[in-house]
Write a protein that binds this ligand. Structure first.
Ligand SMILES: [Ca+2]
Length: 474
């Protein structure tokens, strides 16, 4: 053996040994899940598995997405690059285009010896950053609606009633009495367990298994038994089913995503009965997804993978369930930006199970956090900071601000305030300030009364927000 080849053999050996000791990662994304769980203080929610997950690890009480829409949020999280007005802007964002040359999280793990698998919705596009996966990303072929006749009829009725709509979806909810295996998310959990079984037979090979559930994204389609966990008659309307006072033009949207669905008027406020039905459907879908996550956690236990597997759970952004008479995401309000984040460490960690971190966290922080927890280097381009210090000691002050954006708005959250600034043709066209000590529902814009705070926060926002992508300037 030459000195060169023995050196290579040694390096290979070191790599294998280190890789074998590295913890696995089960990376769970839940589409459009806001912190609507029992463990986030919503004590009427039936989310036993998510609550159990929180008790196994660390719950971030104030984690924020970077952009409240699917593709853009996921691209920022998966690359740890801040969004800008020409980077990560829509639900159709491609991470590999808007962050070309940056190593995405999946590829970083693959490059470091992990088997990386994508099941369900992880990136918005299944073929985004595809060379970061060991196998092509997999999605269930099962249909989202179980009653296909009802689906077709609803679309026709939608077209006939409101031909002025731009697109025509079926009903925004479905309660199904048949077998739950017919839904794509159940199929996705089944596939994930199949992989976990495979991985449990290869204990020396670390894995990064990404599993992206589709619910509670619209339409709120779930088996009837999950709807039955909640009583329609006791579902309340939001306390603030009205527009916020003094919000600038463009801050409040018209819930366009919802309005494509059958039975939803193209412009008028959603009537109270439909609003409560939507809220009921969202709750049902949260519990439905909770049950799928429970299957994954049980499989981890049964396959003896629990002790050496990090579990990360994130919803890709918040959701307005009628607050400010808005539905969907797509705003700079707290309801759109605030999202669930939980991280469960391996068994030998010094991180205390059941910890809650109340300091601010940004979704770009997930990437370097996972690097630190698995002993991987942090690539130079990464803009987030590891959350491990606050996970070890939740009393630490943590991040001083969380910055995000949507459309023409840039927004910053500090411990006390949320401040957002809107631009047209590069000039500031409006702003809004909410004092969370006085008004945590963000009902009254107090920017006009707090000029000094506005100036300070505008400066903090502008000096720390994402840099535009020079390649996207036309
Ligand atoms: Ca989403």
């Amino acid at each position: 053996m030459t000195r060169y080849s023995s050196c290579l053999a040694f390096l290979f050996f070191v790599n294998v040994v280190v890789a074998a000791e590295r913890p696995n990662v089960l990376f769970i994304a839940v589409d459009d899940l806001r912190p609507q769980m029992n463990c986030y203080g919503k004590d009427f929610m039936r989310t036993p598995n998510l609550d159990a997950l929180a008790s196994r690890g660390v719950l971030f009480e104030r984690a924020y997405c970077m952009v409240p829409t699917c593709g853009a949020s996921r691209a920022a999280l998966m690359t740890s690059v801040r969004p800008a007005n020409n980077r990560f802007t829509t639900h159709l964002t491609w991470a590999e285009k808007d962050a070309a040359g940056k190593i995405p999280l999946n590829r970083h793990f693959k490059n470091n010896g992990y088997t990386t698998i994508s099941l369900g919705k992880v990136f918005h596009h299944p073929t985004d950053c595809t060379d970061g996966w060991t196998k092509p990303a997999w999605r269930s072929p099962k249909p989202g609606y179980q009653d296909d006749e009802a689906r077709k009829l609803a679309i026709e009725q939608n077209k006939a009633t409101w031909p002025e709509k731009n697109s025509f979806n079926a009903a925004p909810f479905e309660s199904f009495e048949g077998p739950e295996e017919n839904y794509p998310d159940v199929d996705c959990a089944r596939e994930a367990i199949r992989y976990l079984e495979e991985f449990s037979n290869q204990p020396d090979q670390p894995f990064f298994l990404a599993v992206g559930f589709l619910k509670p994204h619209l339409p709120f389609n779930a088996p009837k038994k999950y709807w039955d966990l909640y009583d329609f008659d006791s579902i309340p309307m939001p306390d603030n089913y009205f527009h916020p006072e003094g919000a600038p033009v463009g801050a409040v949207h018209n819930s366009g995503e919802l309005r494509a669905y059958a039975g939803i008027h193209p412009r008028d406020p959603v009537d109270e009965r439909t609003a409560r039905k939507l809220i009921h459907g969202y709750y049902a879908c949260v519990s439905f997804t909770d049950a799928q996550i429970g299957k994954l956690l049980s499989a981890l236990d049964q396959l003896n993978l629990r002790d050496n597997t990090i579990v990360v759970l994130w919803g890709d952004h918040g959701w307005q369930l009628g607050e400010h008479q808005m539905w969907n995401k797509h705003s700079c309000f707290e309801t759109s930006m605030h999202a669930p984040l939980m991280i469960v460490p391996p068994a030998d960690s010094a991180i205390r199970p059941g910890s809650r971190v109340s300091s601010l966290a940004e979704f770009i922080d997930i990437y370097p956090t996972l690097c630190e927890m698995t002993g991987l280097d942090v690539p130079e381009h990464v803009e987030g900071t590891s959350l491990v210090p606050v996970m070890l000691d939740p009393r630490l002050p943590g991040k001083q601000f969380a910055i995000g954006r949507f459309g023409a708005g840039d927004t910053i959250r500090t411990d006390r305030f949320r401040f957002s600034e809107y631009r047209q043709q590069g000039n500031v066209s409006g702003n809004m300030l909410y004092d969370h000590v006085m008004d945590d529902a963000e009902n009254v814009n107090v920017a006009p009364q707090h000029a000094v705070t506005v100036e300070e926060l505008a400066h903090l926002l502008r000096s720390n927000m994402g840099k535009p992508n020079p390649k996207n300037n036309q």
